[in-house]
Design a protein around this ligand. Structure first.
Ligand code: ADP
Ligand code: MG
Length: 721
């Protein structure tokens, strides 16, 4: 069985809920036959079974969960006697005679077959498909789609299907399912197998509680599964799909909620005091007023901090939305309650930047900050560890190395984690467990500057509360974005030189470091060389890329920030964290190669000061999605709008795939399309668990069983925490 949670087919595995029902497998009404390997089907040997494995099909249960990705409509199928002149139609018929004809026109050969049904014969005609003359045999059942040309009873065939004997109805009547296949397992073979196990499908038990089904007027699972494969009308299929998508999402949401509850049950947090002196002093010393969004988010966080239950909150906000202030607020709340706080970033460079901005923002307050660099020598590190363990450091900043086993905090109460989008559910939980180290779990604030659509947030971060800074601080200017055709390149350089002459600075981003031999990619070193001798000769250029030693990187960033370097030729290493208000041009080479989130992050490096800023995108989008991405960049500066577009362009497969470790796969659900169903599933999951927190009622037993199965991986893992 693939890890889909798609059917309540087999006995439940690990028990999710502590101290509740005995294992529920005995209650399962599923036909146990679905547990059998594919080889029980006639004509399926080991080789075929192995091939089917490529489709994720090992058992009959997997087979029945192998849903079609589309359906072909044969309901317009007509009798020969009913055809009208000029009409396009599908006809099911039997081959009587076949002939190959050459015509007087060169290069035009016709295959003609006399075909017939009970209403009479006609001449089906194919152009230039000689091989068919040998393939079609009198007596074959044939399905043809084409145009009826009346005179001579001739039918111009556009597409056809040669049907085997006996199973004709399966392929030609009503809506025919089309499946993903392999070279050796044809659609017809799959349909044949499915036709055979159809009766088993009709006996599948329903994991959804009967009362819920009735209230939502949803069809039964067994009927839905059959309708997916053998719909009579499009409406059947849509209803069935909706039902199965709902189940998938309900399982996911309920599982996430349960898991969160279990974690919380096992953990105690630290109840922090109400806002105190430090936060007040910090806020009143800021040169600006918090935006309404920042205020709201701080209030949400404040509410969490005063509860004994540890906070698990995601803070979403576009680049420049002002998340840092909120992070500092959270940190100060811990410190003024006599506790310690930590701030972590995924890279050393980013962590260091956070350290400097904290130092700057907090310079007026009596706080003890420390940066835990990975470059510290043991001799430098030892006293820091001692101070941390002794409670003589209030705020520790570093990478995730901060929560390694040899680092002990005296009274850690709050952790801010930046760029959390790089982590999945599992890593987040691991982080919380590590930070707790047996003691109380600190409040955790996860920050991400890559906005994601709400649907995705609910799925990826179903275990978190989500706070969002939607509106930017006032006075932000939109970065003007242009797709620059190659012919206008000289003009673009001229424009950049004007900006440089006016005292501004510029980024040039290239996709690769080294010049590859084939593609004309502009590699950083080569491009910097070229620009220095050409378009930007006489200007001060610098190079920055990921392969440089950290010290060199840091030096280069420092020189750019100080204005000593005017043009920084770089890779995406500058994607996060670089804050140079004087930089006004972001020029991106081969922009079609970057993802939308990445492009948006890169663009966020400019427009941070008082000057008007520009983003110049070069590149030749050769694919539809690349073209859409660039058009999207041009159309909006809003990270959330872009995230929605990204979801539509890419589908969530990739987006989820990158981050979903620990979550069951979504087999049918498509988040961009199934948003409504997701919201409904979320509501229903909440209500269900409120009503029956341990899913202990008999009518919820199968559902509980399914959650166990769908989340089994992550539950194993939970057991080890
Ligand atoms: P990000 O969300 O990307 O971390 P920052 O916290 O770095 O954004 O904020 C970007 C800039 O906006 C900083 O220079 C910060 O001082 C400024 N800023 C933050 N909040 C406000 C506000 N309420 N009003 C004006 N400027 C603000
Ligand atoms: Mg930031």
């Amino acid at each position: 069985m693939t890890k889909s949670g798609c059917l309540a087919l087999f006995a439940g595995s690990g028990l999710l809920l502590p101290g509740s029902l005995p294992p529920t497998s005995k209650l399962s009404l599923n036909p146990p036959e679905l547990n059998q390997p594919l080889t029980v089907l006639p004509g399926v040997g080991d080789a075929t079974a192995k091939e089917a494995g490529k489709l994720g099909i090992a058992t009959l249960g997997d087979l029945i969960c192998h849903f079609p990705y589309r359906h072909e409509d044969f309901t317009s199928s007509r009798k020969i006697g009913e055809l009208k002149w000029g009409e396009e139609a599908t006809v099911s018929c039997r081959v009587e005679r076949v002939s190959l004809k050459r015509t007087r026109r060169r290069n035009l050969r016709l295959v003609t077959a006399v075909v017939g049904d009970e209403t009479g014969p006609m001449n089906a005609v194919w152009f230039n498909q000689d091989y068919l003359a040998g393939r079609l045999k009198p007596g074959d059942n044939l399905l043809v789609r084409g145009i009826y040309d009346g005179p001579g009873n001739s039918f111009r065939v556009k597409s056809h299907e040669i049907l085997g004997g006996g199973e004709a109805g399966l392929h030609t009547s009503g809506f025919v399912s089309v499946y993903s296949t392999t070279e050796k397992i044809s659609v017809k073979r799959l349909r044949g197998w499915l036709g055979r196990i159809r009766p088993l499908g009709g006996r599948i038990a329903d994991p959804l509680p009967p009362a819920m089904l009735a209230r939502l007027s949803m069809p039964l699972k067994a009927d839905s599964v059959l309708s997916m494969h053998f719909p009579r009308r499009p409406a059947d299929y849509h209803l069935a799909r909706r039902r199965l998508v709902f189940e998938e999402l309900l399982l996911l949401q309920a599982g996430l909620l349960l898991r969160r509850r279990i974690l919380e049950g096992n953990r105690t947090g630290v109840r922090l005091e109400a806002e105190g002196d430090l936060t007040r002093r910090f806020l009143s010393a800021l040169p600006f007023e918090l935006t309404p969004d920042q205020k709201r988010v701080c209030a949400e966080i404040s509410g969490d901090l005063m509860k004994a239950r540890p906070m698990q909150r995601l803070l979403q906000g576009d680049v420049g939305a002002g998340k840092t202030v909120v992070a500092v607020y959270t940190i100060l709340r811990a410190v003024e309650s006599g506790r310690q706080a930590a701030m972590m970033a995924p890279t050393e460079v980013l962590a260091e930047q956070h350290f400097f901005s904290l130092q700057r923002l907090l310079s007026a307050l009596p706080l003890r900050l420390a940066f835990f660099s990975s470059r510290l020598t043991p001799a430098e590190r030892r006293p820091l560890l001692k101070r941390l363990a002794g409670g003589d450091i209030d705020i520790a900043v570093g990478t995730h190395a901060l929560i390694q086993p040899d680092i002990a905090f005296a009274r850690l109460a709050a952790v801010v984690v930046d760029e959390q989008h790089r982590f999945g559910v599992r890593q987040r939980e691991e982080l919380a467990a590590k930070a707790a180290r047996g003691g109380p779990t600190p409040h955790m604030l996860h920050m991400t500057a890559t906005p994601i659509p709400r649907t995705l947030a609910l799925t990826l971060y179903g275990d978190l509360d989500v706070s969002t800074i939607v509106k930017m601080p006032a006075g932000r200017r939109k970065v003007s974005t242009w797709l620059v055709p190659e012919a206008k390149r000289p003009g673009a350089y001229r424009f950049i030189r004007e900006q440089l002459d006016a005292g501004r600075q510029c980024f040039v981003v290239c996709p690769l470091i080294e010049e590859p031999d084939d593609a004309g990619l502009r590699a950083v070193e080569t491009e910097a060389d070229r620009l220095g001798k050409g378009e930007f000769s006489g200007y001060r250029l610098g190079v920055l890329h990921g392969q440089m030693p950290a010290a060199e990187k840091k030096e280069m960033m420092g020189r750019f920030a100080a204005g000593e370097i005017q043009v920084l030729v770089t890779t995406t290493v500058i994607e996060v964290g670089v804050d140079v208000a004087n930089a006004t041009v972001m020029m991106i080479e081969e922009a079609d190669r970057f993802g939308l989130a990445q492009l948006h992050q890169l663009r966020g490096r400019v427009g941070r000061g008082k000057h008007r800023s520009y983003c110049l995108l070069f590149g030749d989008p050769r694919t539809g999605p690349a073209e859409k991405r660039l058009a999207a960049m041009r159309s909006t500066n809003d990270g959330f709008a872009l995230a929605d577009l990204d979801l539509r362009i890419r589908g969530e497969g990739q987006l989820l795939g990158e981050r979903q470790s620990g979550l069951p796969d979504l087999k049918l659900a498509r988040l961009a399309r199934d948003r409504e169903i997701l919201m409904q599933a979320r509501r229903e999951a909440r209500a269900l668990l409120e009503d029956d927190p341990a899913l202990a009622r008999p009518e919820n037993a199968l559902f509980k069983d399914e959650i166990n199965r769908a989340f089994s991986d992550s539950l194993d893992w939970l057991g080890r925490v």
